[in-house]
Design a protein around this ligand. Structure first.
Ligand SMILES: C[S@@+](CC[C@H](N)C(=O)[O-])C[C@H]1O[C@@H](n2cnc3c(N)ncnc32)[C@H](O)[C@@H]1O
Length: 356
């Protein structure tokens, strides 16, 4: 049985034709009534996935110190906008703001950009901040922006390479209208598909991805840093070079699912192409640092030292939890390698901490 959103999409496809993967992701994640992020709090053991700030307070504390260091390099502007994209439960911002008490000369001005009314309410219960629908709605001024596992939630387009060229991968309705299935659009050149030159070497059967939404977002962030000064930190899972691969994944209850099953009830994400985003940021005038593996980023900010300090006042059970959390955040077979940190700064700033 298709769910309500699936039936609505079948109807839409009958009227206007197959959807791009981006249109499908947009509807599945943020449909105002049935969208995944609109209807639920997906975090934690009882939810669908767990993110770094929910694993340990150390993650947010280190990012707080990273922000304080950037602020120092920016010449210590009295008021600093701290903007977070996709703040989830607000845990990262809460840990950041607590840590920023180490810099009493700073007046932090926190802004949260969140699409989900339910998550906005969860954030409001924890943090004093202001909310905006997009970065354009945040007033100008020196800024440090942070985004953990945000870019992977932005819609992607997919293209399939066949013997006769590239074809956009589309979502169609099954013949009996009972659900959704994959189909391919007409032939496109690599340029028309908006794919990088590196993909000229792709072979029949390869799938390539672009994220116009992520590119536009990173362009806007970079241009703003150049105009108003500051830094941005993106942490996400992804690749350091643009290469073929189908990274669209659906997760529900910590299990992988079919992305076309039960839209709105599973989280849909894709790997981030850091190489393409870095090029976009440089084109907008910013300086790019990294991407560097999350393990190296956190280690150079002092994750092991901070864990030792926390363990001093901890019970044996709490100590074990701290060790487990640090392992999860840094081990290569956990989040240490797949997750990467990439920073953007305005050209007047020295390289930020964490990017040796
Ligand atoms: C995977 S969660 C990450 C949450 C948080 N950063 C963390 O690390 O726990 C993605 C977050 O981005 C938000 N989000 C997704 N798409 C968005 C969009 N287009 N605009 C603003 N927020 C969005 C979601 O509601 C959610 O808060």
């Amino acid at each position: 049985m298709p769910n309500r959103l699936s039936a609505m999409l079948v109807e839409r496809i009958r009227e206007t034709g197959p959807l791009t993967v981006a249109d499908y992701m947009q509807a599945a994640l943020t449909d105002p009534v049935h969208g995944y992020y609109v209807t639920r709090d997906p975090f934690g053991a009882a939810g669908d996935f767990i993110t770094a700030p929910e694993i340990s307070q150390i993650f947010g504390e280190l990012i707080g110190l990273w922000i304080a260091d950037c602020w120092d390099a920016m010449g210590r502007p009295r008021r600093l906008k701290i903007v977070e994209l996709g703040p989830g439960r607000g845990t990262l911002m809460a840990d950041v703001l607590r840590t920023l008490r180490v810099a009493p000369a700073m007046l932090p001005d926190p802004w949260l950009i969140e699409t989900s009314p339910m998550l906005r309410a969860a954030q409001r219960a924890r943090i004093e901040a202001q909310w905006a629908d997009s970065l354009e709605d945040v007033p100008p001024g020196p800024m440090v922006l942070i985004a953990n596992e945000f870019l992977d939630a932005l819609p992607i387009r997919q293209f399939s390479r066949t013997e006769d060229g590239w074809h956009e991968r589309l979502v169609a309705a099954t013949a009996d209208g009972s659900g959704l299935e994959w189909t391919l659009g007409g032939t496109l050149s690599r340029q028309d598909a908006g794919l990088p030159v590196a993909l000229d070497s792709a072979e029949a059967g390869d799938i390539a991805e672009t994220s116009p939404a992520a590119m536009a977002l990173v362009h806007g962030v970079a241009a703003r840093l150049v105009r108003d000064s500051g830094a941005a930190l993106f942490i996400d899972y992804g690749t350091t070079t643009s290469r073929p691969g189908d990274s669209l994944q659906a997760v529900r209850g910590h299990q992988y699912r079919d992305p076309l099953d039960t839209p709105g009830e599973t989280d849909l994400t894709a790997h981030v192409d850091f190489a393409a985003l870095a090029e976009e940021a440089v084109g907008a005038g910013a300086v790019v640092h990294g991407p560097t593996p999350q393990s190296l980023f956190l280690e150079s900010l002092g994750i092991f030292t901070r864990a030792q300090v926390l363990k001093r006042g901890a019970t044996p059970a709490q100590s074990r939890d701290i060790d487990l959390a640090v392992h999860r955040l840094t081990a290569p077979d956990q989040m240490g390698s797949l997750f990467k940190a990439m920073a953007l700064t305005d050209p007047s700033m020295p390289p930020p901490a964490g990017f040796p």
